[in-house]
Ligand binder design. Structure first.
Ligand SMILES: Cc1cc2nc3c(=O)[nH]c(=O)nc-3n(C[C@H](O)[C@H](O)[C@H](O)COP(=O)(O)O)c2cc1C
Length: 190
């Protein structure tokens, strides 16, 4: 069994440390997890007016999530919550009513900040949103990454051994969590 994992990077920044973190997570994950980024940059702002006919970018998001066994959120903290671009993507994915893409989906949340609390508040905010969306969240371990300059290279290589271990453990637990959830709640396509 190979687990198809979609991942969101919550930042649109060209120098995003969370994108760098996502590269490290993909590189350190168990080999039977395959990753596809689900892009959020070109999504229009969600409105219920689109529910009858989603625009192509939003339909692509729905299709990508339908093909996933689990979803990983790698996000910065903006003003003690998640960036608007990520919330917009989640809103698209949660609709139309009755077609919530996150329903029973195995999910994990992680993020990096230049500040010492390492996106802790944003992650709590995101967890509330994902709860309402009925995603099956991994609750432990938590990972609030206070990223020091140079700890992860641009290509995702982690030079800090302690951090590499934390990220490796996180992804191993996410794999186990995904397997457990899918054992009792198989994805609709399986
Ligand atoms: C609009 C905005 C709001 C921010 N709010 C927070 C915050 O609430 N907490 C925090 O730790 N850092 C905050 N930051 C700093 C970010 O942690 C920092 O810019 C980080 O590099 C963003 O992640 P990224 O590089 O992946 O885009 C904020 C940055 C911006 C641009």
């Amino acid at each position: 069994m190979t687990y198809q994992i979609g991942y969101f990077v919550g930042s649109l920044s060209s120098t995003s440390i969370n994108r760098t973190l996502s590269k490290a997570l993909v590189a350190l994950a168990p080999r039977d997890m395959k990753f596809t980024e689900i892009p959020i940059r070109d999504l229009p702002l969600y409105s219920p007016d689109h529910d009858a006919a989603y625009p192509p970018e939003a339909q692509a998001l729905k299709d990508a999530l339908a093909a996933c066994d689990g979803v990983l959120f790698v996000t910065p903290e903006y003003n003690r919550s998640i960036p608007g671009a990520l919330k917009n993507a989640i809103d698209w994915a949660s609709r139309p009513w009755g077609q919530n893409s996150f329903d029973h989906m195995p999910a994990a949340v992680i993020g990096a900040s230049i500040g010492s609390i390492g996106t802790a508040v944003a992650q709590q905010s995101l967890r509330g949103v994902l709860s309402f969306c009925n995603a099956r969240q991994m609750t432990a371990p938590e990972a609030y990454i206070h990223l020091k300059p140079g700890a992860i290279a641009d290509d995702g290589e982690v030079s800090d051994d302690g951090l590499a271990q934390i990220l490796t453990d996180f992804m191993q637990e996410f794999r186990l969590h995904t397997e457990r959830v899918l054992t009792v709640i198989p994805r609709p396509s399986s």
